[in-house]
Design a protein around this ligand. Structure first.
Ligand SMILES: Cc1ncc(C[n+]2csc(CCOP(=O)(O)OP(=O)(O)O)c2C)c(N)n1
Length: 648
């Protein structure tokens, strides 16, 4: 495959073939004819650069991946792209390639399995009862993320999580000893994992024995550390970095095939014997799912309500009328912090949506992410809905992806907004995979105050907004916060970041009615809707909208015709019809944007004649109200700049 594509990574697939074959042909519970069977075992190739191995397995097992698809490896439009892509290739459970994320995503899947089992399983009815398997390489284990994820998995005693470690001692720059000399087995044992070592990566009997042993321990996740040889069989390139990421070369391929006792021609040869062997996998898969379906029929008869709930949750549908009893906040000048409004919303939602669970990276009390009536998700109590992620933002991001990928759950994860950078790679994958994860990012600007510039997001809004398919919603008060949650939960095809204040902000009269509809449009006029020929339009988000409203009152007294637009979400606004966008921001009008963050990107909405009040430098440590003065995010500044704009 790699040779034909003239690019890719041959070494990992050649070295890890025996462990993958043993798992897929003898242990993995899956039905290639139905890659979405809910109780299948999950498999994650965390070392995603070894994608050729996964595609070959999918083909052999009878997934909809043909020999021609293998021949088209890495080509435009093929089913077999460079790295595995979720929703692209049947049987690929998650997108991998960014090293370390696959392991953490697997932890999320194993947590989902435990959570759903705790809810739906009954004696003699194992509705959810599967393993989560995967393969990590040296690169995965070098990444800090692997520490975060493995530590949490050990703490949670995720005994049905089993990863192979492709321990081949080679990465791109050569022998791993140049950077990576700790005792990996001891490290994982210290996390609370069971570690099984297999000395010969081609000993299928030893690998099978390790798998059997791993599966018998339901108290500890297992790492099966297998000593492998990158590029196994290649006379010139085995055990060298040369086998990692470039084709071996036509001559070396012939030599390798000779060395391994394979026919040298034709290319892409699968013997009848191999197909016949994997035929049994297909048969077994069909039988396993049929048995499960039969059990589910009996389950449905015995537990009809549970069965209906199971089907609803798997389909990702929200309960009928779920929006009927959501919190509403009275107009109030003192108001409430949007993080607090979000906390009330989470608690209201927890009553309505049993599938909702989540937590924070050790900031639950600050992020207001705790569900008051729920217990912790923990080894003795997997029915718990408060996930304690610990100070592990990156793992939290990838675990959230795994929880959603499994299906059956809706999830959220919180941290201080400034630390969203620690989880960006996982947010990016959620957006790429179209997963409806909700991020609760609180403490959203210099409003953080005394904690100072390290804790005050400046460039973060801009950097989140540029991620394709991520909806970034910065609500302007408590009712917009409720509406933002509604928009996030209604989404099925991508994640949403909620950007919330630490400090109280007024609950505005202009927003109180129909907030959900308004926020779902991304931007809407809150003052001066009929004034299409206004002298100036003020555009605000989050805590700055209330300042714009106050400034508008002053300007109106001076005879200036003002419109005020609340713009909680660029992405939602960009998806509206041109006609709607033109009613909100009529062409040619003067505009002034106010947001306590980087101005980057706002020029698109401010227009040619527009002005932007923003913060393009790091913040400072002081009480928040003094910082808003210092950085000129004030009513006076808005009035001054609006007047100046109108006189130009
Ligand atoms: C986060 C991240 N950093 C860097 C890379 C680029 N990269 C791909 S494979 C690799 C080396 C991985 O080494 P190892 O896991 O030992 O793979 P092997 O050489 O055994 O194939 C690197 C640095 C990546 N894919 N993801």
């Amino acid at each position: 495959m790699v040779e034909k594509a003239n690019s890719g990574h041959p070494g990992m697939p050649m070295g890890a073939a025996a462990m993958a074959h043993t798992l897929w042909s003898r242990f993995l519970k899956h039905n290639p004819k139905n890659p979405t069977w809910p109780d299948r075992d999950r498999f994650i190739l965390s070392a995603g650069h070894g994608s050729a191995l996964l595609y070959a397995l999918l083909h052999l097992c009878g997934y909809q991946v043909t020999l021609d698809d293998l021949k088209n490896f890495r080509q435009k439009g093929s089913l077999t792209p460079g790295h595995p892509e979720y929703r692209h290739t049947p049987g690929v459970e998650t997108t991998t390639g960014p090293l370390g994320q696959g392991l953490a995503t697997g932890v999320g899947m194993a947590m989902a399995e435990r959570s759903l089992a705790a809810t739906f399983n009954r004696p003699d009815f194992a509705v959810v009862d599967h393993f989560t398997y995967g393969i990590v390489g040296d690169g995965d284990l070098m990444e800090g993320l692997s520490h975060e994820a493995a530590s949490l998995a050990g703490n949670l005693k995720l005994g049905k999580l089993i990863f192979f470690y492709d321990d081949n001692h080679i990465s791109i720059e050569g022998d791993t000893s140049i950077t990576f000399s700790e005792d990996r087995a001891a490290r994982f044992r210290a996390y609370g994992w069971q570690v099984i070592e297999v000395a010969d990566g081609n000993d299928c009997t030893a690998i099978a024995a390790a798998l059997t042993f791993a599966r018998s321990d339901l108290e500890h996740p297992t790492l099966i550390a297998v000593r492998t040889h990158i590029g196994f069989g290649s006379p010139a390139k085995q055990d060298s970095a040369a086998a990692h990421g470039a084709p071996l070369g036509a001559d070396e391929i012939i030599k390798s095939k000779n060395n391994l006792g394979f026919p040298t021609a034709p290319d892409f040869l699968v013997s009848d014997e191999v197909y016949a062997g994997y035929g049994e996998v297909k048969e077994r898969g069909l039988k396993s799912e049929a048995q499960w379906l039969e059990m589910m029929l009996a389950y449905k008869a015995k537990f009809p309500e549970l069965a209906t709930e199971w089907e609803r949750r798997l389909a990702g549908e929200l309960p009928v009328d779920w929006e009927k009893s959501l919190p509403r906040f009275p107009v109030d000048e003192k108001g409430i912090a949007t993080r607090a409004a979000s906390g009330k919303m989470i608690n209201a939602l927890a009553e309505i949506l049993p599938e909702l669970l989540g937590g924070s990276a050790d900031l639950g009390p600050s992020n207001k992410t705790l569900i008051d009536t729920a217990t912790d998700f923990s080894a003795p109590d997997f029915s718990g809905r408060n996930i304690r992620f610990g100070v592990r933002e990156h793992a939290m991001g990838a675990i959230l992806n795994g929880l959603v990928l499994h299906r059956g759950l809706r999830v959220f994860g919180g941290t201080f907004m400034v630390f969203c950078d620690y989880m960006k790679p996982a947010i990016r994958l959620a957006a790429m995979m179209g997963l409806p994860v909700v991020y609760v990012f609180t403490h959203d600007s210099i409003g953080v105050g005394e904690d100072g510039p390290t804790h005050q997001p400046i460039e973060h809004l801009a950097s989140l907004r540029v991620i394709p398919n991520l909806n970034v919603i910065r609500p302007a008060d408590a009712n917009e916060t409720v509406a933002a949650w509604v928009a996030a939960l209604q989404r099925k095809d991508g994640p949403t970041a909620l950007i919330l204040t630490r400090q109280n902000i007024p609950t505005l009269a202009e927003i109180a009615e129909n907030a959900a509809l308004k926020v779902s449009r991304g931007a809407y006029v809150i003052i001066g809707e009929d004034e299409r020929d206004a002298d100036i339009t003020l555009i605000g988000t989050g805590s700055e909208l209330a300042l714009a409203v106050q400034a508008a009152a002053t300007l109106q007294k001076e005879g200036i015709k003002v419109r005020v637009v609340s713009m909680p979400c660029w992405a939602l606004f960009d998806h509206q019809s041109k006609a709607y966008r033109d009613t909100v921001l009529p062409a040619g009008g003067r505009r002034l944007v106010i947001e306590a963050g980087s101005s980057m990107g706002w020029h698109r909405y401010a227009g040619e004649k527009g002005d932007i009040i923003a913060i393009d430098q790091f913040g400072a440590s002081a009480p928040a109200c003094e910082l808003f003065q210092q950085f000129r995010i004030t009513v006076e500044e808005i009035v001054r700049r609006a007047r100046a704009a109108c006189s130009r």
